[in-house]
Design a binder for this molecule. Structure first.
Ligand SMILES: O=c1ccn([C@@H]2O[C@H](COP(=O)(O)O)[C@@H](O)[C@H]2O)c(=O)[nH]1
Length: 224
């Protein structure tokens, strides 16, 4: 069975991205390419990364009016990403149109509450109450809009899976015990996230900033 770890390739530099993918390719289940990489390298960069033969997760977190998002998703068709993200806060019509525009081999998953946010940050943007309640609301919206799953933190994934047993749950912002949190606020360990129901784990800096990224990936894999 392939590893549930998707390594976040967060660099605008294609050579560095290829070097990291080359180092960890045997100990991860997929490559996650985000805005930083896509803005710098576009479709060409994604094609280059596809050569590693691993599933590609395009984490573009699309969020705009339904027509614009649907057209953007169509424009990604030829890349056939295994996973593509949109923001759940874009609303029902945007989610429905994004899913309808995606290829059959692409899982469209909705970002609920970014793992870099906590209750206080949500209050700043006018969302009162607990983060887990907002995740539950947006997960419900994503499910009823026909999406394949959600992105949430390991702190909420158990509740979300209980409400949506067949959903696909992407958990980023995980940290090995004692690892540097950086800007993440709701981190759990990779093992905890899996035990609580994560379908895949996204791991960035704990691997990419390690002196030996392959060893770091192996060490995380060994905890699962
Ligand atoms: O809520 C979210 C959604 C996406 N991400 C992305 O995951 C990685 C995490 O990187 P680390 O270095 O392991 O913190 C990064 O690419 C984010 O854009 C997220 O962290 N939280």
């Amino acid at each position: 069975m392939s590893s549930p770890i998707y390594v976040a390739i967060d660099t605008p530099n294609l050579e560095k991205a290829q070097a990291l993918a080359g180092q960890v390719r045997h100990h991860v289940g997929g490559l996650k390419l985000g805005l930083e990489f896509f803005c710098a390298n576009g479709h060409h960069g994604v094609h280059e990364m596809m050569k590693f033969g691993l599933p590609i997760f395009l984490d573009l977190k699309l969020h705009d009016i339904p027509n614009t998002v649907a057209k953007a998703v169509q424009a990604l068709h030829m890349l056939e990403p295994a996973i593509l993200t949109v923001h759940a806060a874009g609303g029902r019509a945007m989610l429905e149109d994004a899913k309808a525009a995606a290829g059959v081999n692409t899982r469209v998953v909705a970002v609920t509450v970014l793992t870099s946010l906590d209750d206080g940050d949500l209050l700043d943007i006018g969302v009162g109450g607990k983060t887990e309640d907002q995740v539950a609301r947006l997960a419900d919206l994503a499910r009823s809009a026909g999406l394949d799953g959600i992105v949430c933190s390991g702190a909420e994934v158990a509740l979300a899976k209980q409400a949506w047993p067949e959903g696909f749950f992407v958990v980023p912002g995980v940290r090995p015990a004692g690892g540097a949190m950086g800007d993440q606020k709701r981190a759990v360990t990779p093992r905890e996230a899996l035990d609580r129901g994560a379908s895949i784990l996204v791991v960035g800096r704990p691997i990419s900033l390690a002196e030996d990224p392959d060893m770091a990936a192996r060490e995380i894999e060994a905890t699962l």
